[in-house]
Ligand binder design. Structure first.
Ligand code: 0A1
Ligand code: ZN
Length: 879
């Protein structure tokens, strides 16, 4: 292949065992921001006792080698070979002690991998392959060692010195320096190593485990953030208790640290007992963080904590197995959030996210199975597929086995594999063996990419009172895989009468009668299910609780959808029915718009909204979800050729139509919810704010919009209401938006996280003019291209959440964005690659836009010394 991806690829099938055990790593850091000296000593023991020598292969990157010795003998340049990121020492004896000394330069590290500087403190990020930027080591997850870490630094500059495990010893050294030694008793792969050095303050709490052990919990932050840690701490305590109660898993050390940084490539990192977090997922106060932020913190704190068992105690054999820890841990954090908040709301949000982010990925140039077969740069595979689809596949085990069966499988998994680096096949085998069943065919979900389509048709036979559902599954070819196989698809179904009563379900082939949902398991290309004693043509309620990550096709009538919305027992199905009505209506108007016809309003949508707005019994958060229209990108995915402007116009037309047609109901509901009560953190209060702000989002299209929004902004005592109001003013193009934004800026200009929101709101404003605003904002003192949160808030939001801005017909959005990708590639390839993926769907647009995007992709691909990260993304897109 001329793009060179093949030669650079690493293949799952080529995995080989590392020939050495490395039992112990002793590592000493002489800490300085400009230069840190790292001395390491490691014991190598040959696994194959029959051999009398073997090569030692180590990984390293950007290291300044000072010295290397083997078994006490200093090695000279002829004793080893360095090739790219590997160093090979040939013919080492079966028991060998290797000592290394290197220098590294944290302050120059803009890639935020390895050891780097954030504000005034130093920290590490080692997953997936950052440890090789710290020292020479077999930097692969199947090499697990016990670490003893000594850190030495100037006491006034770096009073806090942290690493994994227990604090073993500490002392003073000459010249105002001090040292601390940390010992982690649990052998771990290098990607879980962490250290932090700096002047940080802490918030402390204690947790008593079920078996009575005291664990000290500490969150370290910069001084000004001390009053924003309470929610994260509460979430951590809840997560620890939840994991004991639901998964029977207890924490295993006496200390648990979280450190918050403003400079982080991802959300957070589960390093053993020293989690490092993007401050976005730690810091919250009602006036600085939205309800979504609070929920995000709870979820991510849980996620990193849950990794202690699913990821750390049992880790991955190689990086192709990433979903082993990530899919499973996302499933666990989803369940945690569901148990802490509303299960139904959480489920809907998870499904919305999967459909709008993972489905396009699976249908695009980066399509890959949850367990990929090859990669160029592993950092490009921390994807929605590995995480979210991975979690959906774990959820299917749970659906098939039930809670008890699933937990039996988890028990066996830990019994067999605690302390080891294993594979997805090992997980599947534990689930199968614990339940005495065969899951071989289910295993295809790990190796097959693409979103399966399930086409449902039905037939009612009045004479025999039999209702038959015919299901056909088909997975379309993807960029990476032509031939597809049949999958095991759990299919949860219910049947309703036209008036909404649930029918008892008895299959023609059996005698048992189920009241409510019936779980069927589809395994073939086509299967029929006949239900007997069905008195009328029923309304099918399909894939309840979204029982499989598939696209569902069934030609629902407007009446059937109305029945489901009003009566179905399953919250996902009710929500999905409302989404279908909205989607059909928007796409229909989009077609009319394209033909130059006047747009019209659909009565079924009005009826559905009237019902939702009049409902005083349902959870307000669920009602809010039902009224949030499918987003523009999701709608774009439903079209053959994306009509960017048509979708936007149709969606706006419908929003305006509904708002004005149902204004009284919207105002009534808004006023009820806008009850003047002061802020509360409870999920009940969050649900009320959610519905209130969805109402406001419609009302801005009416003549009362500006006054309501201005009043909300004035009286708001929390960030959720404030942001909703300012976003409203921006969308309305109200002159008040200008003052609102400048007041917000003066109030928060030194607050990094809040300023992210300020950038985001402006980058999201629809229309081709926004690119110029974004360019202007890049000059703002609070913006920095070196900071991933800033890049995501301004550049990422513009390219990925503002279709009419990014896809401006003249290509100005594309040129701007490609310039940023190129600029970022020299600084932070991981973030650059994420940004580059905004072009992934280029082939789905009209000819003009296609050509414009393609030429930007080619321009990026032609850059000299382009990183492997960006090169993989753009060359895949261009294939
Ligand atoms: N394991 C972390 C995610 C993570 C992955 C890579 C990172 O740097 C390249 C950082 C964090 C998680 O799942 O939370
Ligand atoms: Zn994770």
């Amino acid at each position: 292949m001329k793009d060179g991806l093949s030669e650079k690829s690493i293949y799952r099938k080529n995995y080989t065992v590392y020939p050495w055990d490395v039992s112990q790593l002793d590592i000493h850091f002489d800490i300085g921001s400009e230069t840190t000296t790292v001395r390491a000593e490691m014991e190598f023991q040959l696994k194959d006792g029959a051999r009398d020598s073997q090569d030692i292969v180590l990984n390293g990157s950007d290291l300044q080698l000072i010295s290397l010795s083997l078994n006490g003998r200093t090695l000279s340049a002829d004793d080893y070979v360095v090739d790219g990121e590997t160093l090979t020492i040939s013919g080492a004896p079966p028991k060998s002690v290797l000592k290394t000394e290197v220098k590294i330069h944290p302050a120059n590290n803009s890639a935020l991998e390895g050891l780097y500087l954030s504000g005034d403190f130093l920290l590490t990020q080692c997953e997936a392959q950052g440890f090789r930027k710290i020292t020479w080591f077999p930097d692969r997850p199947d090499v697990m060692a016990a670490y003893r870490v000594t850190m030495e630094a100037d006491r006034s500059e770096f009073p806090v010195l942290l690493s994994n495990g227990n604090r073993a010893e500490a002392g003073e050294s000459a010249g105002g320096r001090h040292w601390v030694r940390w010992e982690d008793p649990f052998p771990k792969p290098s990607y879980l190593f962490a250290l932090v050095a700096g002047d940080l303050e802490l918030v402390e709490e204690h947790f008593t485990t079920r078996s009575g052990r005291d664990v000290v919990l500490r969150i370290y932050v910069e001084t000004e953030n001390l009053d924003r840690c309470a929610h994260a701490m509460e979430s951590l305590v809840n997560a620890m208790r939840w994991d004991e109660e639901r998964f029977d898993l207890e924490y295993d050390l006496n200390i648990y640290h979280i450190v918050a940084t403003n400079d982080f490539n991802m959300g957070a990192m589960e390093n053993k007992s020293l989690n490092i977090f993007n401050s976005k997922y730690v810091l919250a106060r009602p006036d600085t963080a939205t309800d979504a932020d609070y929920q995000g913190i709870e979820g991510v704190i849980g996620h990193e904590y849950f990794h202690n068992w699913t990821g750390n105690r049992v880790t991955c054999r190689d990086w192709f197995q990433l979903t082993l820890k990530e899919g499973l841990t996302v499933f666990r954090d989803e369940e945690f959030s569901a148990d802490m908040q509303s299960r139904a709301v959480k489920r809907i949000r998870v499904v919305r996210d999967l459909r709008s982010r993972q489905f396009p990925e699976d249908d695009g140039p980066m399509s890959h199975p949850i367990r990929p077969d090859r990669y160029v740069e592993i950092n490009n595979f921390y994807t929605s597929t590995v995480y979210q689809k991975g979690a959906a596949i774990i959820r299917m085990y749970h659906t098939l086995l039930g809670e008890a069966g699933f937990q039996k499988g988890m028990k066996l998994y830990f019994e067999r594999h605690d302390g080891h680096a294993v594979t997805c096949d090992d997980f599947l085998a534990a689930m199968a063996d614990a339940n005495g069943i065969n899951l071989d065919r289910f295993g295809r979900w790990y190796s097959q990419s693409g979103t399966p389509q399930v086409h449902v048709s039905d037939h009612y036979d009045t004479a025999t009172q039999t209702y038959t559902l015919t299901l056909k599954q088909r997975t379309p070819a993807t960029y990476d895989q032509k031939d597809k196989q049949e999958l095991v698809i759990p299919f949860a179904v219910g049947l309703l009468t036209a008036s909404g009563e649930e029918l008892p379900l008895q299959l023609e082939t059996g005698t048992d009668i189920v009241q409510g949902t019936r779980l069927l398991v589809m395994e073939e290309a086509q299967q029929e299910y006949s239900f007997v004693n069905i008195p009328e043509h029923p309304v099918p309620s399909l894939f309840r609780d979204y029982s499989a990550p598939v696209k569902i096709f069934y030609d629902y009538s407007a009446e059937q959808l109305a029945t489901l919305i009003a009566h179905d027992s399953d919250a996902f199905v009710r929500w999905d029915a409302a989404q279908r009505i909205a989607q059909n209506a928007i796409l229909e108007q989009c077609r009319r718009h394209a033909k130059g016809l006047e747009m019209t309003l659909d009565s079924s949508l009005f009826k559905a909204f009237r019902g939702i707005l009049s409902d005083r019994l349902a959870d307000p958060a669920l009602l809010a979800e039902a009224m949030i229209m499918p987003d523009e990108d999701y709608l774009a995915e439903q079209m053959e050729i994306v009509d960017v402007d048509g979708i936007h116009a149709a969606r706006e037309f419908i929003r305006k139509g509904l708002a004005n047609g149902l204004k009284t109901l919207f105002v009534e509901r808004y006023n009820e919810l806008n009850d003047g009560q002061s802020y509360q953190k409870s999920s009940k209060a969050m649900a009320r704010r959610a519905l209130k702000n969805v109402c406001l989002f419609y009302l801005i299209e009416t003549d009362v919009g500006e006054s309501l929004t201005a009043a909300q902004l004035k009286s708001s005592d929390n960030m959720t209401d404030t942001l909703a109001a300012i976003k409203g003013l921006i969308l309305m193009e109200s002159p008040l938006a200008v003052t609102a934004l400048s007041d917000f800026e003066s109030k928060w200009k030194t607050d990094a996280l809040v300023m992210d929101k300020w950038f985001m709101m402006q980058a999201m404003k629809p229309g081709p003019g926004t690119v110029n605003k974004v360019k202007e904002l890049m000059q703002h003192p609070a913006f920095s291209i070196q900071n991933p949160n800033k890049v995501r808030s301004l550049i990422g939001v513009f390219a990925m959440l503002n279709p009419t801005g990014f896809h401006a017909a003249d290509g100005s959005g594309y040129t701007f964005h490609a310039d940023r990708v190129i600029e970022l590639d020299g600084l932070n390839p991981q973030v650059a690659a994420r940004m580059a993926s905004a072009f992934n769907r280029w082939k789905r647009y009209d000819e003009d836009r296609k050509m414009l995007m393609k030429s930007q992709l080619q321009r990026i691909a032609a850059v000299d010394n382009l990183s492997g990260d960006v090169s993989e993304i753009v060359n895949n897109a261009l294939r």
